[in-house]
Design a protein around this ligand. Structure first.
Ligand SMILES: Cc1cc2nc3c(=O)[nH]c(=O)nc-3n(C[C@H](O)[C@H](O)[C@H](O)COP(=O)(O)OP(=O)(O)OC[C@H]3O[C@@H](n4cnc5c(N)ncnc54)[C@H](O)[C@@H]3O)c2cc1C
Length: 494
């Protein structure tokens, strides 16, 4: 048996403190701001538990013997890595890649951390044991995890410790035999309204002297004192699924999280007051590489979806055969295929790391750097292909129910492809993919989820094989000399 959607829904009725529009939300599984996104997450588990899919979507946990999602698998070979990616891809296809923080994202990060266990052992044997045990627990429960690894954006001229206010970033304020007490905020936890557990950590650098922030731990979303402050719900403001097919179904939400003196038991504390291990958690283990390899697999699916929307737009308005438009479509297709090629390249260029087979990290950062720039440009190209047809649409599905308006809709919503109703249905999907508030948030997401551009470009710089390039340059330089041209007729320096 693998975890099902019903089990996931039940697990979310746990008294968590989610706040929206000034009020506390009673039940995220039924609230109009979240229920469809929560149902979309539940469908992921139903998909994996389906007897048709259980083999390729799950594997047997080495500790419990139960089937759990492959995203928890510590891959030992190229074949295992590819099988694991197919499961990630399988989940991504259910939303067209629109669930950015499906449960396989943070599970991938946890896998990468466990692969780098020596980093934690160097920090503390107890903390490393806590991480190992927690990983087994989260894997065996097939938990949906989110993470909060960035401190709230405040004043970038100051370091974390220099910001105003005691409660700026999550910090240790007390400790005793049972555990630590933490207070303060983290910037955003995508999917936190519908996750089971949250990992706290610091991917941005901390300075010596900022040890109270240099912590990492995981807690259930219903932990006493954990406040989940949701952003505006696009799902709730979507008038219907017909009008906003993506916003209404896949708004995974992002929430600022605040710890109001949250107690964390020691067996859930993985890093304690160590600025260098806080950095190493992501950079010296395989965490950052595995989590973003998952993200690239998901983006590969989303680019396939977006290129499908682009072509359908041109077919709908009858421009697909025009040479300039066809050329543009070819360019978009090549960009979508490039992401796919990079994913396969990461896998075939992978290597062994502490006994595990892992994807190539420089190709992962290459994909990250290129797609951060590519995604907003891609959306702009799609908008260019569309013109005003995305806007000249009935105000909502309700217009079809008015016989007079229905007559005018049929008379005005003409298309090179299909009926007025089909045109309106498609154009509303296209708008939700490239122009709505949901679409706009997605552009911001693709530009920032792995860090700002200057950060990912630095990672690409750090991981590129510069020696190989230097050797190539030297091999050409060494193949000729000044003597080849002028012999020994060199003019002696005065
Ligand atoms: C939709 C969305 C969902 C997210 N979900 C999560 C999540 O689930 N969990 C999580 O932990 N985080 C999440 N994040 C946060 C994300 O990781 C951060 O946005 C990202 O790391 C960038 O940090 P920042 O927003 O503080 O931007 P900043 O670091 O402040 O950068 C903003 C801009 O300022 C400029 N800038 C700032 N500093 C420098 C510098 N030193 N040199 C040059 N230029 C600079 C650049 O132009 C940069 O693009 C999410 C973000 C978004 C947008």
């Amino acid at each position: 048996m693998a975890k099902t959607g019903a089990q996931h829904l039940e697990s979310l009725r746990d008294g968590r403190e989610v706040f929206l529009d000034g009020k506390k939300v009673d039940d995220v599984t039924t609230h109009p701001a979240y229920k469809n996104a929560v149902a979309a997450a539940a469908r992921l588990y139903d998909f994996q538990a389906d007897p048709e899919n259980i083999e390729w979507m799950t594997f047997e946990s080495p500790t419990s013997g139960e089937r759990v999602n492959r995203c928890w698998q510590l891959t030992k070979s190229y074949e295992e890595l590819v099988a694991r990616r197919r499961a990630i891809e399988g989940w991504s296809r259910l939303s067209g890649g629109w669930l950015g923080r499906s449960p396989d994202h943070i599970a991938s990060s946890m896998v990468g951390q466990v692969m780098g266990m020596p980093v934690f052992e160097n920090h503390s044997k107890e903390r490393a044991a806590a991480l190992k045990d927690y990983f087994q627990y989260a894997r065996d429960a097939d938990h949906y995890m989110t993470y909060v690894i960035i401190n709230p954006q405040s004043d970038r001229t100051k370091s974390t410790g220099e910001q105003d206010g005691e409660c700026y970033a999550t910090a240790v304020v007390d400790e005793d035999a049972e555990g630590i007490t933490v207070r303060g905020a983290k910037m955003l936890g995508t999917g936190s309204i519908m996750a089971n557990e949250v990992l706290f950590a610091n991917i941005q650098p901390l300075k010596p002297g900022e040890e109270k922030y240099a912590i990492s731990f995981a807690i259930p979303m219903n932990t006493k004192g954990l406040k989940i402050m949701s952003r505006r719900s696009y799902e709730e403001s979507a008038s219907s699924t017909y009008d906003y097919p993506l916003s209404s179904q896949f708004d995974e939400n992002d929430a600022l999280v605040y710890c109001d003196d949250v107690k964390v038991p020691w067996d859930r504390v993985f890093i304690y007051k160590d600025t260098d291990t806080a950095r190493a958690q992501f950079q010296d283990t395989y965490a950052h590489y595995m989590q973003n390899y998952q993200a690239m697999t998901r983006l590969m699916v989303k680019m396939q979806f977006q290129v499908g929307i682009a072509r359908r737009i041109t077919e709908t308005i009858g421009t697909s055969g025009m040479p300039a438009v066809a050329e543009k479509l070819g360019h978009l297709a090549a960009q979508a295929a490039m992401v796919e090629g990079l994913v396969y390249g990461m896998e075939s260029g992978g290597s062994m790391y502490n006994g595990y087979y892992v994807p190539d990290r420089n190709l992962m950062y290459t994909a990250q750097v290129l797609t951060q720039q590519l995604y907003p440009e891609f959306v702009t190209s799609m908008r260019e292909l569309a013109g005003g047809g995305l806007i000249m649409l009935p105000s909502s599905a309700e217009d079809f129910a008015n016989p007079e308006l229905n007559k005018y809709i049929n008379a005005t919503q003409k298309s090179a492809l299909g009926s007025s109703e089909e045109k309106v249905k498609f154009m509303k999907l296209a708008w939700d993919a490239i122009g709505s508030e949901f679409a706009s948030r997605h552009t911001q997401y693709e530009m920032f989820y792995a860090g700002a551009q200057f950060v990912t470009r630095n990672h690409a710089l750090r991981t590129y094989d510069w020696d190989r390039s230097a050797k190539l340059v030297d091999s050409i330089l060494d193949s000729y000399s000044l003597e080849d041209v002028i012999g020994d007729h060199r003019i002696a320096a005065e």
